[in-house]
Structure formats: C-alpha cells, structure tokens
Write a protein that binds this ligand. Structure first.
Ligand code: 5AD
Length: 345
C-alpha cells in the first residue's frame, strides 16, 4: 500500500486497478490517514487555517438536483445580505482572528459585476492583510476578471464530478459539464488560487467516478479542494438517497492530500454534520483548513444545502475558542494568518 501512496505523492500515475484498490480495497485506513498526515505536516506543520464563511445569498438560478437552495425549491425561504451586513461580518470576523473572508452564495442575479466588485474592493481597503475568497458559481470570464482586479484572491467552484455522464445525472440539461470546466480554467488562468471539489456518495457515483475525480485533480492542480459527503435534503429529487459515508469521505480527503501535497483542504461542514468528530477526523486524514460560519445568526438556518447542516457550536465563528481546543486536542494549532497555499516549486 505505501508503495502506491509514495508514487502518488511523487506525482506518479496510477492504473485503474491501483486506484480501485486505494479507494475500495480492504486495507487499514489508519495507515492511509497517517501517510496523508505525514505529507500535510511536511508542508504545513501543525498549522490549521481558518476562513470566515459569509453566506451572502441563497437565491439561486440553478437547479442542481442535490441542493436544497435549488430554484425549484419553493419552500426555501430566501434572503440576501446587504453590503453593510457583509462588511459588519468582516469586522466581527477580523476581531476574532479571521484573515480570510469567504463570500459564498447561490447564483443570484442581484449580484452584478459592479456590486460584487465594490464589496471586494471595500473589504480589501479596510483589511489589506486579509484574503478574499469568492464562491459565487459560474459567471462570465469578464466578471471573474474584474473581481480579481478588485482584489479577490481565491475562488471556490467545485467541479462536483469529473465524469461528464455523472455530471448530467446531478444537474439539469442547461447546466453543463463543459461550462463548469471552462469556468475553472478561466479562474486559474486569471490568476486566482482556485478551488475545485466534489461530494462523496452522491447518487449514481461509483468508484469509477471517484477515479475520474482524482485524475482530474492531478491534471488540473487546484490550490484548494473541498470534499464532503453528499447529504440528502428533504425538498430535492435526491431526498431519499443515502448520505455518503464517513470512512469513504476520509479516504478521498487522504488520497487528495497525497495527490496534491501542498493543497489547502478543508475539513468541511458536511463532514462535521455526518459525524460528531468529523472535523477532527478530517484534519487527521490530511485536511488543513476549517471554515466556521460568520454569517449573521438570523439567516444561518436558511442557507440549507442539505438537511441538519451544522451552523452552531464549533461550526460558528463564536465557537472559535472551543474549535481551537478541539483542533489542539487533535494535535494541531489554529493560526491567525491568511493561510495561502505554500508555493509550488
Ligand atoms: N450534500 C452535500 N453537499 C452539497 N452541496 C450542495 N448540496 C449538497 C448536499 N445535498 C455542496 C456542493 C456545492 C457546495 C457549495 O455544497 O458540492 O458545490
């Protein structure tokens, strides 16, 4: 097993059978997680970076079959933060020690090029020592460009699945795999630190699809990778599908760390939602980022991508003191820093 993991870390290609073994095989996962942790420590030591997650709108023009804020969900109660509210979140977050703000939202047409650009410039003027990450879905290249010029440093856009046929089973026909990939290429080319990612255990996903995801990561070399279990939302077409498993998700986190030794990999909220120790286990399997919720408390429940989404306690910015203790107990340390990816040689 460790001959395979060594080859992965050295940037080597693996055969389908070798990938199948690493993803599905019966071997001691603790050995894999320890290997991933070793690689993570060689680049990042024990540092855990925190990001203040501000969920700026849950209006969305898309209709992803898995997502609770899809446009067809008439039962979702919609909200949108004002510019002032977003800046107030940053102010509170800065005081708590956050040096990255993530503005995440559905694809909301209210967010014009200018509106988002102004907020980004504002935040960068007020907090020049902070990074701004955007996660606002698919937009024209010109929007990405103007937001990058306004100072946005990073962009998160999960590829969701690197298999085109699988992508088509998770999305309606007007949301295409090719368009998603085009956006990711645009972001990277414009100079963003770019985040891709996928769900584990999404409907119709088999091992072959996960192998495509790993090969995509190897080829695309994103700076960030978000990986979480699929969790059903009761108001979606996938309401009755089972959630992704803990061990399988941790396996994919660890394999991602080995494939991209210098990546920024969050222990996601979804991982923390399916298991009480999900976040710590994610860190111990190669993750090095946590993204506590910095949204105003009254809207947090509404950003409901899946059922029982954790947004209190250590998932919340106010729970940072407790989160620091949990992280320390797991053997790591929350640091006050922008937390950029270490440079690739
Ligand atoms: N379960 C888990 N993750 C989900 N996302 C959306 N819906 C779900 C769900 N039901 C993830 C998608 C998206 C990110 C913002 O949240 O991967 O890119």
């Amino acid at each position: 097993m460790t001959d395979l993991t060594d080859r992965l870390t050295a940037g080597g290609e693996l055969s389908d059978d070798e990938w199948r073994f690493l993803i599905d095989g019966s071997y001691d996962r603790q050995i894999l997680f320890d290997e991933a942790d070793k690689v993570r420590r060689s680049h990042y030591g024990t540092d855990v970076y925190i990001r203040g997650l501000i969920e700026i709108s849950n209006f969305c023009r898309n209709d992803c079959l898995y997502c609770g804020i899809r446009r067809s969900n008439a039962d979702a109660s919609r909200y949108r933060l004002t510019g002032e509210e977003i800046l107030a979140c940053c102010e509170r977050g800065y005081g708590l020690g956050f040096r990255t703000f993530v503005l995440q939202g559905g694809e909301d047409s209210y967010h014009t090029t200018e509106w988002v650009g102004k907020i980004v410039s504002h935040i960068k003027e007020e907090y020049p020592d902070c990074a701004v990450t955007l996660s606002l879905g698919e937009r024209p290249r010109e929007d990405y460009k103007s937001w990058h010029q306004a100072g946005a440093d990073r962009y998160l856009l999960r590829h969701e699945t690197a298999s085109r046929s699988h992508y088509e089973k998770l999305h309606p026909p007007d949301q295409t795999y090719l368009r998603r990939m085009e956006c990711l290429r645009d972001l990277k080319q414009l100079g963003y630190q770019t985040g891709a990612g996928f769900m584990v255990g999404s409907p119709f996903q088999g091992t072959e699809e996960l192998i495509s995801d790993m090969r995509f990561l190897q080829a695309f070399q994103p700076e960030m990778v978000g990986i979480g279990p699929f969790i059903p939302h009761h108001d979606t077409p996938f309401a009755t599908y089972p959630a992704g498993g803990l061990e399988r998700t941790l396996t994919m986190v660890a394999l991602t760390r080995l494939t991209l030794p210098k990546a920024l990999i969050p222990a996601t909220t979804a991982l923390g939602t399916i298991h009480p120790q999900g976040r710590e286990l994610g860190l111990r399997a190669g993750a090095n980022v946590v993204m506590p919720n910095l949204s105003p408390e009254n809207v947090r429940g509404q950003y409901s991508l899946y059922d029982n989404k954790a947004c209190t306690g250590q998932e919340a910015a106010e729970g940072l003191a407790a989160l620091k203790e949990t992280v320390a107990a797991a053997g790591y340390r929350v640091v006050v820093s922008r937390g950029d990816a270490v440079q690739t040689a």
